[in-house]
Design a protein around this ligand. Structure first.
Ligand SMILES: [Zn+2]
Length: 445
């Protein structure tokens, strides 16, 4: 039985005895938000499960999973792949027992999970017992039908979507329609299945709640609210969005310090890198993320991802310059060549990155001398980033003041090739590289 909410309710009216008695309400949303799973309420902090004893009745926890206590700590993960903040089985699912310590009037049960792929959705059967039935077995293993040893099936939960792997946040709430308590129970049994036969498919369970019908001081976690600010350039041409949901502490800095840099430099970048028939994106989105590992920032299309932890440590150092570099990529848009040119030539990465670092270090913040070449052995024109930036600055100053425009247009149109350097300057890129290297050795760069 994998009914949707509605079909479950409809069937109940006809044949209640054949089905689990309670209604399952599901909430699901993509991974970028904090457990706001309407209509399922956010996880509770001080519910009856917080004091209960959780145990593994069958199966084994995954070697990377913490103990079951993580299911009742009233805390949820802050990212989609946080093994330490979720309980998950290894192998083929398992059974979790919850002993509430005493018989209580159980109003509802809820489970929460989060993962970007197969481990997101939940598939389990929920049984309950007061423990008083004759022959009651509190720890029935997988081969035993709990119904045969004193348990009642309350619900079958399956939050998998019809299509896709179901990545994202999931919540399932088991309650009676109309709010009547589920019953008087002391024990709960979660008979958990994998969500798929393929890949890692044991659910990342984040929290399990048991709500006591008599509890009056229930507290729930506050779902994270999005912090998204939209700005329009004074001339109305460009729109900028800054999403600091994952870095609330950077909201003010972003508006006071970063936005002025964006407003000054994005139009400048657009103006300094034109090409025939090209219109740069008129909207740029900046989003702080907390899952980028060691990468400070990157740009895809007109979206710029900024690493929140890296930014917090670089506010007075590299933070703004890094954003200028990424805005350079938004304007470059070199993938466009694949749509506009039948036989596009790939632009080497050192050219793409060198251009953005040239703009950053020599036009935006020359005073920082961030692209000064200290060691002549590193002076390779195609060493990318700062080193190539230094090379480009030298070629522009010494050989061709229009080089940036020409180089950018060639790259965007998919017609970059080495011989262009000779066309533009009379020297091959290797010859230019050697001459520049001498300037570096002479301490002129
Ligand atoms: Zn870059």
């Amino acid at each position: 039985m994998k009914p949707s909410i509605l079909s479950c309710a409809a069937l109940l009216a006809v044949a209640p005895s054949l089905l689990a008695a309670a209604e399952v309400t599901k909430g699901h949303r993509p991974s970028d938000f904090g457990f706001k799973l309407d209509p399922v309420l956010p996880p509770a902090i001080n519910d009856a499960a917080a004091k209960a004893t959780f145990s593994i009745i069958d199966g084994e926890k995954d070697g990377n999973s913490p103990d079951l206590a993580v299911l009742k700590d009233g805390k949820v993960p802050t990212g989609e792949d946080q093994p330490a903040a979720n309980f998950f089985f290894g192998g083929d699912g398992g059974r979790i027992g919850v002993d509430l310590g005493d018989v209580i009037s159980v109003k509802s049960v809820a489970s929460y999970s989060w993962h970007g792929e197969n481990r997101g959705p939940q598939v389990y059967k929920l049984y309950a017992a007061d423990g008083k039935a004759e022959g009651f077995n509190a720890t029935p293993k997988k081969g035993t039908d709990p119904k045969s040893v004193g348990w009642t099936l309350l619900a079958e939960v399956d939050t998998r979507p019809r299509t896709g792997n179901g990545g994202g946040q999931h919540g399932a709430e088991i309650a009676n329609r109309g709010g009547k308590p589920l019953g008087d129970y002391r024990h709960l049994l979660f008979d958990v299945s994998k969500t798929s036969e393929r890949g890692f498919a044991n659910t990342f369970f984040s929290e399990i709640d048991v709500i006591d019908a008599k509890q009056s001081d229930l507290q729930r976690i506050k779902p994270i609210e999005k912090i998204v600010k939209n700005y329009r350039s004074k001339d109305g041409k460009f729109r900028y969005t800054i999403d600091s949901t994952k870095a609330p502490a950077l909201t003010e800095w972003s508006e006071k310090e970063l936005l002025p840099v964006i407003e000054e430099w994005y139009p400048k970048l657009v103006a300094m890198m034109p090409s025939d028939g090209y219109r740069a994106p008129d909207q740029v989105l900046f989003e702080y993320r907390d899952d980028m590992g060691g990468t400070p920032a990157y740009a895809i299309g007109n979206r710029i991802a900024l690493s929140a932890p890296w930014y917090k440590g670089q506010l007075t150092n590299e933070a703004k310059g890094c954003a200028v570099h990424e805005m350079g990529h938004v304007v470059q848009n070199y993938w466009r060549a694949r749509q506009t040119n039948r036989n596009p030539k790939d632009t080497p990465g050192w050219v793409t990155e060198g251009i953005c670092d040239y703009i950053r270090w020599f036009l935006y913040e020359p005073q920082s001398r961030g692209a000064h070449v200290r060691d002549v052995r590193q002076a390779k024109y195609d060493a990318s980033y700062r080193t190539t930036a230094n090379f480009l600055d030298w070629v522009i100053k010494e050989k061709d003041k229009d080089l940036l425009k020409k180089l950018n247009a060639a790259a965007r149109e998919g017609r970059y090739e080495e011989k262009l350097w000779k066309d533009w300057t009379g020297l091959t890129v290797q010859e230019l590289g050697e001459e520049w290297k001498k300037a570096v050795a002479d301490g002129k760069r």
